[in-house]
Design a protein around this ligand. Structure first.
Ligand code: PXP
Length: 243
């Protein structure tokens, strides 16, 4: 199971104050040092967390897989072709949403015209692996396969958000069926969104899922796990100043 850490919300904390810290690239290198298999970052149209120079610095600094999430637009495809991350995950994006709220409706995009197919073709021709962030629904999975991508990422939000119980069990079963179908069609299967140390335990029992992209809960854990260290370090600086 590959664990890719999404470092977007390190940038959210930085941007809240306009300071240079915390640097998402430094955080990414800490994640790699601790055993992360890859780093994921979402360059949003409004640049609310990761910015263009973060993308360039991540590309230069990382020796592990860089998974760049982006909307399927010509601007973003241009950035990806110039940056050449190992993987681009295409996600839906609406300006007003707080986070990526649903999967990409690839079945509808394919029916609508050739834009998505053309953009995927540009990425594949540049040697970038393409993953599509979709719901675990048969029509979406088959449409992704038809578009010639190597990978899908199943949206786990509807599994992750309800508390443990029948709805969560139903969503887990949906993910299991989707992963089995996708794997049978030759697609590699990743999963992500809303995953925590609590809900990941059942999800990883689906053997066809070979990669997880996890961000918000890990940044939240990082804050609490290391807050004591921050207090000790600040106390130390104060004591040194007084001495
Ligand atoms: N995978 C994709 C495609 C995403 O868009 C996101 C959120 O940016 C994640 C994974 C990570 O979700 P979370 O921050 O809830 O762990």
């Amino acid at each position: 199971m590959r664990l890719h850490v999404n470092i977007d919300h390190v940038a959210t904390v930085r941007n809240a104050r306009g300071t240079p810290y915390p640097d998402p690239v430094r955080a990414a290198l800490v994640c790699v040092g601790a055993g992360a298999d890859g780093i994921t970052a979402h360059l949003r149209e409004d640049r609310r967390h990761i910015r263009d120079d973060d993308v360039a610095r991540l590309r230069a600094a990382l020796g592990v897989t860089f998974n760049l999430e982006m909307a399927a637009t010509d601007e973003m495809v241009g950035i990806a072709v110039a940056t050449r991350p190992e993987v681009v995950t295409l996600v839906p994006e609406r300006r007003e949403e707080r986070t990526t709220e649903g999967g990409l409706d690839v079945a509808a995009e394919v029916a609508r015209g050739d834009d998505l197919r053309r953009r995927i073709g540009t990425l594949l021709a540049a040697g970038v692996r393409v993953s599509l962030f979709i719901a675990a629904d048969e029509a979406q999975i088959r449409a992704a396969r038809e578009l010639g991508v190597q990978q899908i990422e199943l949206h786990t939000g509807e599994y992750a958000h309800p508390r443990a119980g029948p709805e969560r069990a139903r969503q887990l079963d949906r993910l299991r069926q989707g992963a089995t179908l996708a794997h049978g069609l030759g697609l590699e299967v990743a999963a992500g969104h809303g995953l925590t140390r609590e809900n990941v335990v059942d999800l990883v029992q689906i053997p066809e899922i070979v990669e997880l992209n996890i961000g918000h809960a890990m940044v939240a854990d990082a804050l609490l796990f290391s807050m004591a260290g921050a207090v000790v370090a600040m106390r130390d600086a104060i004591v040194r100043g007084r001495a």
